[in-house]
Write a protein that binds this ligand. Structure first.
Ligand code: AHG
Ligand code: MN
Ligand code: MN
Length: 337
C-alpha cells in the first residue's frame, strides 16, 4: 500500500525546488502548476474521448493544412485559458494558431513566454493510442510591457523549462527546468500528479531500437537509407514507431534508442516543428544525458525565423545520435525542386 507520508505531489516538488533559489518569487512554480492543471483537464477529456461526441473533425484546416480534430481545438483553448489571466505570461504561441497570441489588455502580462503543441499525435485520437501535450517556456527578451513575436522566436538553448504530458495508460507530466528531468504520474483517485520518476536519465547502454516512419524510405537521401539499413542489419536493432512524438520520445527517454523524423525530397525540413516539438523535446533529452540534432546541428542552437518552421530531428541516446550525424555527414542538401 502507498505510504502517504512519502508521496511527493508536483506542487510540493515545485515548492521544494523553488526554495533552492532564495530570489525566486513563485512565478515559475505558479506557471508550472497552471500547466499541470490544464493537463488534468485535457487528460480528462482525452480519457473519455471514446464515450462522448467530441470526436471527429472540427471542419476547419489548421495552419499546417492538416485536418484539425475537435480535441485539438479543445486542448488549445484549455492551455490558453489556463495561462491568459494569471499575470505570469507575456505572450503565447500554439501550433494551432497562425500568429503569436498576445495576452488580452484586460489582464496583466508577466515575464514568461509559453509555446505549445496542445495535442500531439492527434491522428491517433480515434484509435485510443497515446497522445500528448508539449510545452516550451522562455523568459521575455524584449523590453516592452507585453510579449511580441520576437519573444517567441528564441533559440531552444534559451528555454527556461520544457516538458510534455503523455496521455497513455497513465497520464504523466515530464519536465525539466535545467536541473534534471522529473516525471510525475497522475493518480486519478486524488487528482494529483505524484513524483514517480525523479531525475530521469536515458539508460546506458541503450535498448537497440530505432524509431522512424519507415514507409518514407524511398523519399530519404541515400545516407539516411544507409543509416537505417545499418542499424537493423549490422546493428541488430529493433524498430518501434507509435506515430505520436510524445509517446515515441517518452519510450526513448525510458529505454534509450534513436528517434528520427528525417528530411525527405518533398519535405527537406521534415515534418516536426522547431518551437512546439523539436526544441522542447531536445531540452528534455539533453537534460537526461542524450542528444538532439538536425543531423548536422544541435537543435537547441537554431535561431528560429518563423513560428511554424519545421526541422529534421534525430534525438535519443548520445552515441546513436552521434552515429547518425557521422553517417549523414556527406548528405547533399535536399531540395524539393
Ligand atoms: P500533431 O498531431 O501535433 O500534428 O503531430 C503529429 C506528429 C508527431 O506526433 C508524430 O511524430 C508525427 O506527426 C508522425 O508523422 P507521420 O505520420 O508522418 O509518421
Ligand atoms: Mn505535434
Ligand atoms: Mn498538435
Amino acid at each position: 500500500m502507498l505510504q502517504e507520508s512519502h508521496v511527493v505531489t508536483i506542487s510540493r516538488f515545485l515548492i521544494d525546488e523553488e526554495r533552492k533559489y532564495p530570489e525566486a518569487k513563485g512565478a515559475f512554480t505558479g506557471l508550472l502548476s497552471d500547466i499541470a492543471l490544464a493537463a488534468k483537464v485535457i487528460g480528462r477529456e482525452v480519457n473519455k474521448a471514446g464515450l462522448v461526441d467530441i470526436l471527429g473533425g472540427a471542419g476547419q484546416e489548421n495552419v499546417h493544412g492538416e485536418y484539425q480534430q475537435k480535441l485539438d481545438v479543445f486542448a488549445d483553448q484549455v492551455m490558453y485559458r489556463a495561462l491568459d489571466h494569471t499575470g505570469l505570461v507575456a505572450c503565447m504561441a500554439s501550433e494551432e494558431h497562425e500568429h503569436f497570441i498576445p495576452i488580452p489588455e484586460k489582464f496583466p502580462a508577466g515575464d514568461y513566454v509559453v509555446l505549445f503543441d496542445p495535442l500531439d499525435g492527434s491522428s491517433n485520437i480515434d484509435l485510443n493510442v497515446s497522445i500528448g501535450t508539449i510545452f516550451s517556456i522562455h523568459r521575455k527578451c524584449t523590453d516592452g510591457e507585453r510579449g511580441t513575436l520576437e519573444d517567441c522566436l528564441q533559440p531552444g538553448c534559451r528555454q527556461v523549462a520544457s516538458g510534455y504530458v503523455l496521455y497513455g495508460s497513465s497520464t504523466m507530466l515530464v519536465y525539466t527546468s535545467g536541473t534534471g528531468v522529473h516525471g510525475f504520474t497522475l493518480d486519478p483517485s486524488i487528482g494529483e500528479f505524484i513524483l514517480s520518476h525523479p531525475d530521469m536519465r536515458i539508460p546506458n547502454p541503450p535498448k537497440k531500437v530505432y524509431s522512424v516512419n519507415e514507409a518514407y524510405f524511398t523519399r530519404w537521401s541515400e545516407e539516411q537509407q544507409k543509416l537505417v539499413s545499418h542499424l537493423k542489419n549490422e546493428g541488430g536493432f529493433g524498430s518501434r514507431y507509435i506515430g505520436s512524438m510524445v509517446a515515441d520520445v517518452h519510450r526513448t527517454l525510458l529505454q534509450g534508442g534513436l528517434f528520427m523524423y528525417p528530411p525527405e525530397r518533398s519535405r527537406p525540413d521534415g515534418k516536426l516543428r522547431l518551437l512546439y516539438e523539436a526544441a522542447p523535446m531536445a531540452f528534455i533529452i539533453e537534460q537526461a544525458g542524450g542528444r538532439a540534432s538536425t543531423g548536422t546541428q544541435n537543435i537547441r542552437d537554431i535561431q528560429p525565423t518563423e513560428l511554424h518552421q519545421r526541422v529534421p530531428i534525430y534525438l535519443g541516446s548520445r552515441e546513436l545520435v552521434e552515429l547518425a550525424e557521422e553517417m549523414l555527414a556527406n548528405t547533399s542538401p535536399m531540395s524539393s525542386s
